[in-house]
Design a protein around this ligand. Structure first.
Ligand SMILES: [Fe+2]
Length: 387
């Protein structure tokens, strides 16, 4: 019966596409061939400034030049990219007219490249593209090369951009924002600092947990989210012990990719909806904010998601008797093992702001996919429970 219902769901919802994948240690070497198939002339290489010291951008530039490309290197990438940065890059893109975009870095670099591509060819303001499928022009082909193991931006047709004035995060999606090809080379992620590995890994973990139970989940999204959870939950502790271990990094990288692919099919929920205002008001790093909110949201959703939570608990080797509590405790344990705070009070957040945060969380599009309806009052209680 469950299988039959699943097939009916697949029929109703056309699954979204996935990028072509090029994987394995050293797979970056395949970039010249991949790029040559996508175009000639000028390539925009968008990257994190912090990567320059590791030499990855210079190496990537040489690879592209070996394929005959003229490379324009752009390092105007900031954490939590905002609409002004994207505007500047989009204007520059119109002038420089590259033929291909290669995004190398964490989720911020990947999202910045996607958003600049969208704005340059569709006009208007970033805020016009909140939601899905609003691109007007034909965008440039893009290659995504993640160097962190977390956001899953590489497997999604969304760019998350902060609105400059309000600091609120906007999820802007379009089928053309999907990378044509993604290169998953774990060697590029072995030099991420331990703290980056921790917050990006926790972000991926919340992606796997949230996307498993959303109102939009499907049998296909569950294939992604459950396998992502299995990989991530079994590797996070090892990642904290040795964030340069190639096998562990490769497992986390694949888990993060699959968790992103799950979001692409099934969206997120109240954890991300409540975390985003914390980043907007207090500058909390995204992975930290979601790791604090996830345990509370797991317990909030417990009554409507007990079956799935039981399966997820068992996949992580937990008894599955009180699955929401067990999963919540495991997420807290992961954060503590990374030396991260698990309460809002330890992050400088004050209780007095909860009504404002709750109002903004309620307005977040992503919260509408939570399996249990969440009111503004519920969000206040969720923040209080996380305090
Ligand atoms: Fe996230």
């Amino acid at each position: 019966m469950r299988v039959f219902e699943g097939l009916a769901l697949i029929e109703k919802r056309q699954p979204r596409s996935s990028p072509r994948l090029h994987t394995g240690a050293g797979s970056l070497a395949g970039l010249p061939e991949i790029a040559a198939k996508l175009g000639t002339g000028t390539v925009w290489l968008v990257t994190d400034p912090g990567l320059m010291e590791h030499g990855y951008p210079a190496h990537t530039q040489r690879l592209l030049e070996s394929a005959g490309f003229r490379v324009i290197l752009l390092t105007d990438v900031q954490e939590n990219p905002d609409s002004l940065v994207v505007r500047r890059l989009a204007d520059r893109l119109v002038l420089e007219k590259p033929n291909l975009i290669v995004a190398l870095g964490g989720g911020s670099a990947l999202d910045t490249a996607k958003a600049a591509n969208l704005l340059a060819f569709s006009g208007g303001q970033m805020v016009d593209y909140r939601g899905y499928g609003k691109a007007k022009g034909k965008l440039l082909p893009m290659v995504g090369i993640p160097t962190t193991t977390g956001t899953g931006s590489e497997s999604q047709s969304y760019a998350v951009i902060e609105e400059r004035q309000s600091h609120l995060k906007m999820a802007c999606g379009d089928p053309q924002l999907l990378f044509h090809t993604v290169i998953l080379d774990p060697e590029l992620a072995t030099s991420q600092p331990r703290r980056v590995a921790a917050v990006s890994g926790l972000d991926a973990i919340t992606h796997a947990l949230e996307s498993s139970v959303t109102l939009k989940h499907s049998p296909l999204s569950r294939l992604y989210s459950w396998e992502a959870w299995r990989l991530l939950s079994s590797s996070f502790a090892g990642m904290m012990q040795d964030s340069a271990n190639l096998t562990t990094v490769a497992t986390m990288q694949w888990g993060a990719y699959l968790a992103g692919a799950a979001i692409e099919q099934s969206m997120l929920g109240a954890c991300h909806a409540s975390a985003n205002p914390l980043t907007a008001h207090y500058g909390l790093v995204h992975g930290l904010a979601v790791s604090i909110m996830m345990p509370v949201v797991l317990r909030f959703n417990s009554a409507v998601a007990v079956g799935t939570y039981t399966e997820l608990a068992r996949l992580a080797g937990l008894p599955g008797i009180r699955p929401a509590d067990e999963l919540a405790t495991l997420v807290e344990k992961f954060a503590l093992s990374a030396g991260l705070p698990t309460r809002l009070r330890d992050c400088g957040v004050s209780e007095g702001i909860f009504p404002i945060l709750a109002e903004e969380a309620f307005d977040q599009w992503t919260g509408k996919f939570n399996p249990r309806p969440v009111s503004e009052k519920d969000f206040i209680e969720i923040y209080q429970a996380a305090f």
